[in-house]
Design a protein around this ligand. Structure first.
Ligand SMILES: [Fe+2]
Ligand SMILES: [Fe+2]
Length: 284
């Protein structure tokens, strides 16, 4: 990676600040700078702006985008990231979706609608390797797939989508991970994700419903279930960490109540949400 000395000094607080650092502090500051730069370049490839913006600057761009940033990923080409930008390799038109089996189960959705789902698969795999209880591994596996339907308030959408089929604790964890991720918890090594400066703006303050949800969750007996999702939520995506959803077949079997009629056909209060994912091309 090319290093522009002037930019580095500027990023470390200017020449005077750098002169005041001892060798160790300089090395640490440089390491932090380089790792930030590396992360940023990955995020830029994923559609992020090349430099962090303020909330106001991001807001100004709303009517300069063809897509609303909260759009579900299934509904527009270029809806795959939270930045509201179409990636260079994304076509203008939406792709044709593969037909689903008549009685689809959760793994069919992973294969045919949620794919590539790399983020949740890697998160669940990380949780599994860390020895997290398997119901929470399932929560990690499901925590962001509601974004196929809607990115805005995705924790609530996803919790609702899964509520009839998972334990109350798993639904709770999925719902509240959305609020929790804004709030560090040093006792478990969770820090505010740098990525959020790019997504939400450098001076972003979570809205009242998120702050209230955080307070509620923080004092709840299942706080750690939701916190474990954020701990295993990966903000850097490793293209070489390929995980087959089938790896979680047994965990799904034990913790997800698959309706025998197939998801979308069971007349549950959320069946229409699954049908919408099956056929987002339905005009009305
Ligand atoms: Fe999330
Ligand atoms: Fe996530």
């Amino acid at each position: 990676m090319p290093i522009d000395q002037r930019k580095v000094i500027e990023a470390l607080g200017g020449a005077r600040s750098v002169q005041g650092m001892n060798a160790e502090a300089k090395a640490e500051a440089l390491e932090a700078y380089l790792s930030n730069q590396l992360d940023n370049s990955v995020f830029v490839r994923l559609g992020a702006p090349s430099k962090p913006m303020t909330v106001r600057e991001l807001d100004k761009r709303i009517d300069q985008r063809p897509l609303r940033r909260g759009v579900g990923t299934l509904f527009a080409s270029g809806g795959t990231n939270p930045f509201g930008t179409r990636l260079p390799n994304e076509p203008v038109n939406v792709p044709r979706l593969a037909p689903m089996p008549a009685q689809p189960d959760l793994l069919d959705f992973f294969r045919l609608r949620f794919a590539p789902a790399m983020h949740v698969l890697q998160s669940a795999d990380t949780a599994l390797a860390a020895g997290v209880p398997e119901d929470i591994v399932l929560a990690c596996l499901l925590h962001d797939v509601g974004q196929t339907l809607m990115k805005a308030d995705h924790g609530w959408w996803a919790a609702q989508l899964f509520e009839p089929y998972v334990s109350r604790k798993v639904a709770f964890a999925i719902r509240y991970h959305q609020a929790l991720r804004f709030y560090p918890d040093p006792s478990v090594g969770y820090e505010y994700p740098q990525l959020y400066n790019l997504i939400f703006g450098t001076d972003y303050v979570p809205p009242p419903h998120i702050a209230a949800a955080y307070q509620y969750c923080r004092n709840h007996k299942w706080y750690m279930a939701a916190r474990l999702i954020t701990i295993n939520d990966l903000y850097s995506f490793d293209p070489n960490h390929i995980v087959d959803p089938a790896k979680f077949t047994d965990i799904i079997g034990r913790h997800f109540k698959q309706p025998k009629e197939g998801l979308g056909n069971d007349n549950s209060p959320v069946a229409h949400m699954w049908r919408t994912i099956v056929n987002p091309d339905a005009p009305l």
